[in-house]
Design a protein around this ligand. Structure first.
Ligand SMILES: Nc1ncnc2c1ncn2[C@@H]1O[C@H](COP(=O)(O)OP(=O)(O)OP(=O)(O)O)[C@@H](O)[C@H]1O
Ligand SMILES: [Mg+2]
Length: 267
């Protein structure tokens, strides 16, 4: 299972939209996909109609109170399993920090993944706009990181901090962690975007070749609880997410013509 954390300290840049649409693209190519919601806002969980305050959630994995197999919602959407979130992530984040047990705080999600490693091809982790214990657990368990950056004013705010944190976590907790690239989102071909691309290039970080164009279809699709490929086939951002999926699979070296169709989740 290749694990990808989708993170940026800046809010509203397209982390959740990217998670949802990459998951749909991977699933459509026959891959077994696990989506992990680490954000107390639970936007991805809500998209899959899986929000339930009283059911086990990712919070229980951080606090070591549930087995991952008791948390996973199988087949939340066309072959995609999810680890749902809810507002209990708020308390879980505090609890992890004050927990005096012997279980390391940063690697709890990673240990949980060991139980499902063979069940999925790809795991996508949607992080909150914060470096809380959820995000830190995501970075400590991930193989790869994608950082969506919206083509807007102050676009690169927080980028340096994510990169510094990655460097630190790579050194002490997760030697495998690699940046796949910055993903430019809400692209409209203006001078602002050229400046964002220049600012990112100055930081010396890789940038994904695929860029996600701005379109109202993104919001409409989310309100309809549909992935772009189902809501707006042939649309601009639909094509962009398909291109991004191909690019990511290329980096992962995953050959979709040769996938093990037995890897289809928890059930
Ligand atoms: N390519 C796009 N074109 C138009 N609107 C977009 C695009 N991508 C995202 N959006 C819109 O931007 C808003 C934020 O997107 P999203 O929720 O994915 O961001 P986020 O980074 O996950 O936010 P948060 O940090 O709050 O979790 C949403 O209203 C979404 O519809
Ligand atoms: Mg989000």
């Amino acid at each position: 299972m290749d694990k990808i954390a989708i993170i940026n300290l800046k809010g509203g840049v397209g982390k959740s939209v990217t998670t949802i649409n990459l998951a749909a693209e991977f699933s459509a190519r026959g891959l077994g996909v696990l989506v992990v919601d680490l954000d107390k806002q639970a936007n991805v969980t809500k998209f899959y109609n899986a929000l339930d305050y009283d059911k086990p959630s990712t919070a229980d994995i951080l606090t070591c109170s549930k087995d991952i197999l008791d948390v996973v919602c199988p087949n939340a959407c066309k072959g995609i399993d999810i680890l749902p979130s809810n507002m209990r992530m708020l308390a879980a984040n505090k609890q992890v920090l004050t927990d005096v047990s012997n279980v390391p705080q940063q690697t709890r999600l990673g240990y949980a993944f060991d139980r499902v490693e063979d069940r999925y091809d790809v795991c996508l982790m949607d992080c909150p706009p914060d470096l809380d214990m959820g995000s830190i657990n995501a970075l400590c368990s991930a193989d790869w990181v994608i950082i969506p950056v919206d083509c807007d004013e102050w676009a690169t705010d927080g980028l340096r901090e994510v990169l510094e944190h990655m460097q630190c976590l790579r050194m002490y907790h997760n030697h495998r962690l690699k940046l796949m690239g910055v993903l430019l989102t809400k692209y409209t071909r203006t001078n602002a975007e050229k400046q964002v691309a220049k600012d990112v290039a100055e930081l010396g970080v890789p940038v994904m070749t695929a860029m996600i164009r701005y379109t109202v279809k993104v919001k409409e699709a989310r309100s309809a609880h549909k992935a772009l490929r189902d809501y707006a086939p042939g649309g601009t951002a639909t094509q962009d997410y398909a291109d991004l999926a191909d690019e990511v699979l290329d980096v992962l070296g995953l050959d979709v013509s040769n996938v093990d169709t037995e890897k289809r989740g928890a059930q």
